[in-house]
Design a binder for this molecule. Structure first.
Ligand code: SF4
Length: 956
């Protein structure tokens, strides 16, 4: 009998292309299998450093993102009223001519009349540079409403940060605390890492009011009350100090614990570091009994005490101030327990566990290394306690200081870039603060003196006018939000409508759903976008928007520039932007076109005529004659974005991609542009990866091998140690200005605010909405969580992911519902100081009883995204955004952190009550948008894959 012909492992396609996923910010390597010109299968790339082959549900569903019925087809020009979604299709030439005719006079007249704000894109290295060429200070990406507290808190303290820029030492940590982490950025690396920890028996503690995602597999869940994480961290610090379980050696060697802080209340130097004539910070040497250079290594620095400097001024080591503040009884576990919702004994136990793991483990790695001062060490001493934090910490009006509080805790434990602890990912750590300041002056050719986003070092760097008033349309870098290093996307539309501080002409946005789930005060935002003046003209005169899909924001544009899907264009995941490095290697990556969009028909079978926004931006820049985008003869300098990625140099030899540089492609980091560079990336799986030498992998802030390695790549200017800033002199400079010192002082109305919130040591205060609303009227906290299966509104229109959930509920603890007369699955009213919504409640035990929650960005406006008009996302789905005001309850400032301007999404306080006689529909509802509805035909993707009689599959 002959063997049956078994086809055990048929190839999923005719060809496979290795590129980078864009279904979330994690940027995993993927293999896209193509058959007969269509995607057959998306697979994780085992060779890729980010995900090592792991693919999540979102990544696999990229197929339906690429074939989404909501894809835009051609450039669109508005024909109806703004907000209706009525357009006519136009050709690209007309679209670009129009955009050029709008932008050219602005550039000649006043470039700041262009406000250019981008959403969750990954091309800020280009867009920020483009804004600089245009000359507008009014540029930012979405970080202001996303993560700037985390970024600034970290960069001003450690020179690096959590989020996707650092990671727990997955190989060695024995105790991981996750603070406010839901499924989010760095998704697959975290899953892989948690798997390692579980296999090793390491302890995972999840601190989050909601137990979802990673918290579900944690060994211990701390159901904290929202906004109190800083207080909890202080209580842990209190216990560590009380037990004398802090790493003083680490604090002196790597941080500024011993630097002397001048004690001169009311004086212009109060709270600054005592320095010698060369500007070196001083410490008190206990043996010499004298003030000496704190950076010397042959010293015995005092960390406590009061000292008198040679000039008679009084000073104390920074650590003395730390001890004074956090040993105060107000931060004892008993004092904070009720406010945080954590038993005092639990706080004491966790402090003990942290100390025991950090200090009693006797863990070290037998790796010889040399520190930045030239001292040789035979081993790397471990501190196997690590922390990771995300939006739950960041999105509060006290988030900047909470993030600093977590870093304080890490520093006390000696657990920053030590084996087993939090680790930097290159290009971090950076000098503190990072050197690049925000651009604010224009040169003769209209070029801004620096990219619009940067880091202020003191009041003199603020972007304010001679009266101290904001110069930017979003008020970033003003006295109201001085360290707003990512700009303030969430204030742009209000201010542009109000003409505050001036009127703009054109709002250019990319991939930012600002008329819906990315806006606070959503209803009013829609009104601002459509409001007209007495003459019948829109108050925001022109809106250009680029998106790949028919999102809610598209309806509010005058001109729509249709973007490609992520499988149809080149992208650079650049070390100049948001790289994909890990703690042991620097990495960057590309996306490259798997398909030519012209061959990818739309839902109705028509050819699509779409272009990658980055290439459009480059062409627009050339049409406008922007300095960096044209040659001397005014011809375009770059053919498209791919050409820019290859040939653009930010500094000599430094471009968007670090791999295969130099004429022959042999250089890494720096080198001449290589015309074959993108081809090399494609051949190597779409990424580049340079391992850090073994001796350089820890203590990066003061490891000579690392600093010299990083210098070669342009990550740091020299190999000087980066001193971690337990005490922040930068913050104190602002406080002194508010107290009346120096040439740059805040206007009167901001003085008290700046003096209060620019504390050089971390502080905790009630989130503004908690403080300014009645706890009786609004007794509950309300937060969102990002689901495992959807990243944002892009993902929640995806046909496969919608099958997991197509609507959301408001989740209540089973004990909470009855307190308010609410039963499981009742329809209820949720009210905040700002507004009310009608939603369906569901009981879930995974939430702290004083908090209600829901999934993020599932609710949709009817008619958007080409979903059916009765789609559950529109009928029952909802947004909390309608309850969130864009200003504080007092109305005096943006609903944001007073230091960084970070949007305070999670400060929301609500009341709930049951409703009778509701129609089973969420409220508010808005008029359906005028986009064509999805086809009535059921989605048939994959039906053609069934084998035909010959046993061969077909993708038709
Ligand atoms: S984690 Fe994010 S980038 Fe990675 S496969 Fe999933 S969606 Fe794609």
């Amino acid at each position: 009998m002959s063997e049956p012909a078994l086809h055990l492992s048929p190839s999923p396609g005719d060809e496979v292309k290795r590129t980078t996923c864009y279904m979330c910010a994690c940027r995993c390597g993927i293999k896209v299998w193509v058959k007969d010109g269509r995607i057959r299968y998306i697979q994780g790339n085992r060779d890729h450093p980010v995900n090592q082959g792991v693919l999540c549900a979102k990544g696999a569903s990229g197929i339906m993102q690429h074939y989404s019925p909501a894809r835009l087809r051609k450039p669109l020009l508005r024909v109806g009223e703004r907000g209706k979604g009525e357009f006519r299709e136009i050709e690209w030439d007309e679209a670009l001519d129009l955009a050029t005719s709008w932008l050219k006079p602005i550039r000649e007249r006043n470039p700041d009349e262009l406000a250019f704000f981008t959403g969750r894109d990954q091309s800020q290295a280009l867009t920020g540079w483009w804004a600089q060429q245009f000359g507008t200070i009014n540029y930012a990406a979405h970080g202001g409403f996303c993560s700037v507290n985390m970024a600034a808190g970290g960069l001003y303290t450690l020179g690096g940060s959590f989020w996707e820029f650092g990671e727990p030492d997955w190989e060695h940590t024995r105790y991981l605390m996750l603070w406010g982490v839901a499924e989010d950025h760095d998704s697959n690396p975290i899953k892989l890492g948690l798997g390692k920890l579980k296999a090793r028996g390491a302890k995972i503690v999840a601190v989050n009011p909601v137990r979802s995602g990673y918290g579900a597999i944690a060994d211990e869940w701390i159901g904290i009350r929202p906004g109190t994480d800083g207080l909890f961290a202080f209580a842990l610090a209190h216990e560590l100090l009380r037990m004398d379980r802090v790493d003083l050696d680490y604090l002196v060697r790597y941080a500024n614990a011993h630097w002397l802080v001048i004690d001169n209340p009311g004086g212009a130097d109060d709270g600054l570091f005592a320095r010698d004539a060369e500007g070196n910070a001083l410490c008190w040497d206990a043996e010499a009994n004298a003030a000496i250079d704190a950076n010397r290594i042959d010293i015995s620095p005092a960390v406590v005490g009061n000292y008198t400097l040679p000039d008679g001024r009084k000073a104390r080591p920074a650590f003395q101030l730390v001890a004074d503040r956090y040993l105060d009884p107000q931060y004892s576990p008993d004092a904070v327990s009720e406010r945080c919702g954590i038993p005092a004994d639990t706080i004491r136990r966790i402090a003990r566990e942290l100390a025991e793991t950090a200090f009693d483990s006797n863990f070290s790695l037998p790796i010889a290394w040399t520190d930045a001062w030239g001292r040789e060490h035979s081993e790397m001493i471990g501190r196997p306690v690590s922390m990771h934090a995300m939006r739950g910490i960041s999105a509060h009006s006290n988030g900047f200081h909470t993030c600093r509080a977590l870093h304080l805790l890490q520093l006390l434990l000696g657990a920053v870039d030590a084996p087993g602890s939090f680790r930097y990912q290159p290009p971090f750590p950076k000098p503190i603060p990072p050197a690049n300041r925000p651009g604010k002056a224009r040169k003769a050719d209209g070029l801004l003196d620096a990219p619009p986003l940067g880091f202020v070092h003191g009041p003199e760097d603020l972007v304010v006018d001679e009266n101290g008033q904001p110069r930017r349309i979003d008020h970033a870098y003003s006295w109201a939000y001085p360290l707003s290093a990512h700009g303030m996307m969430h204030t742009v539309i209000r201010n542009a409508h109000a003409g505050d501080p001036y009127k703009i002409d054109t709002l250019l946005m990319f991939m930012a759903n600002m008329s819906w789930n990315s806006a606070m005060n959503t209803r009013e935002t829609m009104r601002w976008l459509t409001d007209k003046d007495e003459a019948g003209e829109y108050r925001i005169p022109r809106i250009i928007y680029s998106d790949a899909y028919a999102s809610e924001m598209v309806a509010y544009a005058d001109l729509v520039l249709p973007d490609t899907t992520y499988l149809e264009r080149f992208d650079a995941i650049s070390l100049l932007d948001r790289p994909i490095s890990d703690a042991d290697a620097a990495s960057d990556a590309i996306r490259h076109p798997v398909f030519d969009p012209a061959t990818q028909l739309d839902e109705d079978g028509k050819p699509r005529d779409v272009r990658g926004f980055q290439s459009v931006l480059i062409e627009l820049g050339a049409r406008l004659g922007l300095p960096g985008l044209v040659n001397e003869d005014s011809s375009p300098k770059y053919r498209d974005y791919a050409d820019y990625i290859i040939r653009h140099e930010r500094a000599p030899g430094l471009g968007l991609l670090a791999g295969w540089r130099g004429e022959n492609g042999q250089s890494e980091g720096k080198g001449a542009p290589n015309p074959e560079q993108l081809q090399r990336y494609i051949e190597h799986g779409g990424f580049w990866h340079a391992a850090i030498p073994e001796s350089a992998r820890y203590y990066k802030m003061a490891n000579r091998d690392y600093l010299q390695w990083a210098q070669r790549f342009g990550f740091v200017p020299n190999d000087a140690p980066i001193v971690l800033q337990l005490y922040s002199e930068t913050l104190q400079k602002f406080r002194l200005a508010a107290q009346g010192h120096g040439a740059h002082q805040p206007p009167e109305q901001h003085r008290e605010r700046v003096a209060t919130y620019f504390d050089p040591l971390p502080i905790w205060y009630e989130p503004f909405e908690h403080d300014q609303t009645s706890r009786t009227t609004f007794p509950l906290n309300a937060v969102t969580q990002r689901p495992m299966f959807m990243y944002h509104s892009w993902g929640s229109q995806n046909a496969w992911l919608r099958q997991i959930t197509a609507r959301n509920y408001l989740y209540l603890h089973p004990d909470t519902g009855p307190q308010y007369g609410i039963g499981d699955e009742d329809w209820i009213e949720v009210r905040s100081h700002h507004g009310a919504i009608t939603v369906q409640a569901k009981f879930a035990g995974n939430v702290q009883p004083g908090t209600v929650w829901t999934w993020n960005a599932i609710g949709k406006r009817r008619g958007a995204w080409r979903l059916a008009k009765d789609a559950p996302e529109g009928e029952q789905g909802f947004l909390l955004n309608h309850l969130i005001s864009d200003v504080t309850p007092k109305g005096d400032y943006a609903n944001a952190d007073p230091v960084t301007g970070q949007a305070a999404w999670f400060d929301l306080r609500v009341s709930i009550r049951t409703l009778r006689d509701v129609a089973g529909e969420s409220e508010p509802q808005f008029a359906p948008l005028g986009f064509p509805e999805a086809s009535e035909q059921p989605l048939r993707y994959g039906a053609g894959f069934r084998k035909d009689a010959s046993g061969k599959g077909s993708a038709k």
